[in-house]
Design a protein around this ligand. Sequence first.
Ligand SMILES: [Mg+2]
Length: 354
Amino acid sequence: MTNQRMVISDANSGLTTKTAIPRPESALFSQNGYLTKRMLLKKLESFSNGAKINNLIDAMRASSPTHRAMDTDDHNSWSLRHPSALSMFDEIMKASIGKQIVVFLDYDGTLSPIVDDPDRAFMTNEMREAVRGVAKFFPTAIVSGRCLAKLYKFVRLSELYYAGSHGMDIKGPSKGQKKGNQTVLCQPAIEFLPMIDEVHKSLVEKVKYIPGALVENNKFCVSVHYRSVEEKRWVELGDQVKVVIKEYQHLRLCHGRKVMEIRPLIKWDKGNALEFLLESLGYAESDDVFPVYIGDDRTDEDAFKVLRNRGQGIGILVSKVPKETKASYTLQEPSEVMQLLKRLAEWHKRSCPY
Ligand SMILES: [Mg+2]
């Protein structure tokens, strides 16, 4: 793979926005630049978060919270391995002493409830205030699969960093400009935009007869939501998605919580977004940083993995049911996320009253 160092100067925010931008895997292309159908399927399999395209329906089921990955008998041992971040709050805070806490928050299922209509996944005003409270003391970023414009519309806090489209569209607060402005920090997949628009149109056409299927253009990725589709029609929906993406060698299929996502075939995910933001904030090589990442689905695992590898901070999975995760701690639902954010702000006020 060829890594290109990309420098994005940003005089407005004063941030150092230099990062390694991985380009499409050169190994993906045959000598004539094209893949055979078999090669393509093989590559798509290896790039779909472990969910092989031939097992698409299994992956859809595994992504649904109604299908538990573990037996409930295992619940106790799972809870011991991934204790509640609320009950372990004091221990977590002790580990952060002397370090800069940086907060990363997924949106759907973390700050807002999962609802049938993704356009109505609103966060409450109380949650917004809790996020605002934390952002007063710690750099805070929202990291989501949604497109940045929609994400910002839901959250409406200009002091935050936003990584939309799984981190492929990153903006941060501008400095020295009118309050409320945001500056583009990183868009590693900008050349994919026309292709994503095309795929969005094709998918809308292909799945329009499947009741409940919703295709969303998230700018740098296309999401196919199936939370309102009857399970007996999931095979049909998965088949239609497969038919469309077979035509595109440079796209890959990923699975989120009751959503299939078609993304550019570059190695860039929420984990890369987390690393990019830490680097932008000046903590690339620092031992004095304590990132706290809270998220609820498989796409957040990339960020949990980065934290494990760095040996820094903590990952917190939002889930009521046992799941395989690289997160160290858990919270049950968004209301517990809100409690944790409030406690975090209160803890800072108590520790640094001046
Ligand atoms: Mg989520």
